[in-house]
Design a protein. Structure first.
Length: 150
C-alpha cells in the first residue's frame, strides 16, 4: 500500500482527504492545533519549521504528498521550497491545494485552468508564487488543485 502524507491533515480539506483515502493508502498526516483521526504514530505536529518537515519526510518516506498547509505565507513558501528540494530526488508526486483566489485580480469573467493567474490579494499572490515555484521545481510531478473558498 502506498504511503500518503497529507500536510495540513487537521484542516477542513485535509480531514476530508484522510477519511476518503484511509482505506486505499497508508495515510500519514500533520497537524498544528488539533490532532488528526489517525493512529498516534501516523500523525506529526508541524509548526512550519523546516527541520520538523525534513524529519517527517525522512521518517515517512512518502510515495505521494498532498499539501494543504495554512499559516504564515513566508514560512509556508520556505517550507514548500524545502519540500520541493526533498522531492526532486525522488519520484514522489506533490498535490498542492491552491485556490481560485489566484484569479481575484479579474472578476469580470469566469476563469479556466489555462488562464494566466492574476491576483490583487496577498493570499492569491502567495498562492501564485507557490504554484510557480513548485511547478518549476517538480514539473509534471506537481499537480495544482485550485479550490474555491470553503
Amino acid at each position: 500500500m502506498k504511503k500518503l502524507l497529507i500536510l495540513g491533515a487537521s484542516g477542513l480539506v485535509g480531514r476530508a482527504l484522510v477519511e476518503q483515502c484511509r482505506h486505499d493508502f497508508d495515510v500519514y498526516g500533520t497537524y498544528f492545533s488539533s490532532s488528526v483521526n489517525l493512529p498516534e504514530h501516523k500523525q506529526f505536529y508541524l509548526d512550519l519549521e523546516l527541520e520538523t518537515l525534513l524529519h517527517i519526510l525522512q521518517s515517512v518516506q512518502p510515495d505521494i504528498v498532498v499539501s494543504g498547509l495554512q499559516g504564515d505565507y513566508r514560512k509556508q513558501l520556505a517550507l514548500h521550497k524545502a519540500l520541493a528540494e526533498f522531492l526532486q530526488h525522488s519520484a514522489t508526486p506533490l498535490y498542492f491545494i491552491s485556490t481560485t483566489n489566484v484569479f481575484d485580480g479579474d472578476l469580470t469573467r469566469h476563469h479556466i485552468e489555462s488562464d494566466t493567474p492574476i491576483s490583487k490579494s496577498d493570499y492569491g499572490k502567495f498562492k501564485i508564487a507557490c504554484e510557480k515555484m513548485l511547478q518549476e521545481s517538480l514539473q509534471e510531478r506537481c499537480c495544482i488543485v485550485r479550490i474555491p473558498g470553503i
